[in-house]
Write a new protein. Sequence first.
Length: 150
Amino acid sequence: MKCPFCGSDNTRVIDSRPAEDNTSIRRRRLCDVCDKRFTTYEKVESIPLIVTKKDNNREQYDRAKIEAGVLRACHKRPISVEQINELVDEVETEIFNMEEKEISSTRIGEIVMDKIKNLDSVAYVRFASVYREFKDVNTFMSELKKMLER
């Protein structure tokens, strides 16, 4: 493992334990050249998941896209990075527990909306407005009414 500080290949593991979600191993490493410490995570490599987009294109699953969407929805909201990471972890766990080789982007969006609804109502409306591609104010208002009825 290369040191992120000096680029040396000469690093060693000084501590290893399960990560909080119990799906990965957290390793503390020490660089023998610059004596700096850093953390790495080791996850089980799984079969690549293919996402079917609305235009029927297919691409490999990318966690960063979910993170980016949730981050945009939570911008300037009182939501911590830990809460966002936890939400994305929950979405990812649900997706991979389906044990399917392909999943539609629509299904992923529905899962994210279901999770983000419990986190913050403003973030939910923001995410829904982009995900559901509201064409006018009336469709936006009908989604708000649905949320207020809950």
